[in-house]
Design a protein around this ligand. Structure first.
Ligand SMILES: NC(=O)c1ccc[n+]([C@@H]2O[C@H](COP(=O)([O-])OP(=O)(O)OC[C@H]3O[C@@H](n4cnc5c(N)ncnc54)[C@H](OP(=O)(O)O)[C@@H]3O)[C@@H](O)[C@H]2O)c1
Length: 278
């Protein structure tokens, strides 16, 4: 899909991958860029950088009714977006038995429900127009889960499930589903979700660390070329393929190089600090 002349909506645009992606789409000639996240000040600052083509919508994408209201207002003002990038996401790291239930719900709210509600709101318009592109930003955790972040992994698997279900349902409709899966990114994520970094297993070092702009570039390229599923960097695809062919080998290395639990310290329902090994 060509980018120039298009309306692009990016969720999670106040930081990291989403903010860089919005800027990249602006550079590629998008006519309108709708910046969505909860923090208005950050969105306004990015909009000032992008210029007149940017609109900001301060919104909790995990709030179903708020998304529906905002989507109606966006459609009235500028029509159905041509491209939607679902990048809003958060999630602390806990071993499953230590995850506060409300935290589980928050993790499902963004990225999973956020992507589901936003896509659900604009899909009928895209289908009626017989064109559009939805790009979901996924995580390697949706291919091989690692210890210490069960809620995070579950939410990313849910997002991957939605992506695959939509791909199969939208075949032949003119609406394209694109998935971009980056390895570790030096975004604001680890500052916004303290403790998460220490769950990343040593084996992940094989794929290095990316800057948000490298992912943004891959997202824009994937949308332009209508790619199905892109792993960044490419060697992440090789690791994922390896884990599909030899799951036990991947599980072994993830366990060897990942966060360890000390069974004696497990206390049911005890509140835990995010990312803390019990
Ligand atoms: N960083 C990595 O290593 C990495 C690797 C692979 C995949 N990912 C995934 O990529 C996505 C973006 O991560 P990032 O690295 O760009 O992190 P980030 O810098 O923390 O950005 C997350 C963005 O999501 C927004 N957001 C969170 N909850 C929201 C909600 N309920 N409603 C609306 N916006 C919400 C945040 O804005 P507000 O707080 O202003 O709402 C922010 O703009 C996440 O799903 C993450 O899991 C990250």
């Amino acid at each position: 899909m060509r980018i120039d002349g298009r309306t692009v909506l990016v969720t999670g645009a106040s930081s990291g991958i989403g903010a860089s992606t919005a800027k990249r789409f602006a550079e590629r000639g998008a006519t309108r860029i709708v910046l969505v996240a909860r923090t208005k000040e950050k969105l306004d600052a990015l909009a000032a950088e992008i210029g007149d083509r940017a609109r900001t919508v301060a919104l909790d994408c995990g709030d179903r009714e708020a998304v529906a209201r905002a989507a109606r207002a966006i459609e009235e003002e500028m029509g159905v977006p041509d491209i939607v990038v679902n990048c809003a996401g958060a999630g602390h790291a806990y071993f499953f038995e230590q995850t506060p239930p409300e935290e589980l719900e928050r993790m499902m709210a963004a990225p999973f429900f956020a992507a589901a509600y936003v896509t659900r709101a604009f899909l009928p318009g895209m289908l009626a127009r017989k064109s559009g592109c939805v790009c979901n930003v996924g995580s390697p955790m949706a291919y091989t889960a690692w210890p210490g972040a069960a809620g995070y992994a579950t939410a990313r698997w849910a997002l991957r499930g939605l992506t695959e279900a939509l791909r199969s349902e939208l075949r032949g409709t003119g609406v394209r589903i694109v998935s971009v899966v980056p390895t570790t990114v030096d975004s604001g994520y680890f500052e916004h979700n303290p403790g998460f970094e220490k769950t990343i297993p040593g084996i992940a070092k094989l794929t290095g660390t990316l800057e948000p702009d490298q992912v943004a570039k891959a997202i824009v390229h994937a949308v332009e070329r209508g790619k199905r599923e892109v792993f960044v960097p490419f060697r992440l695809r090789l690791l994922v393929a390896q884990s599909r062919l030899f799951p036990r080998v991947s599980e072994y290395f993830v366990a060897r190089t990942g966060l360890k639990r000390e069974p004696k310290a497990v206390v049911p329902d005890a509140p835990a600090k995010p990312g803390a090994a019990p």
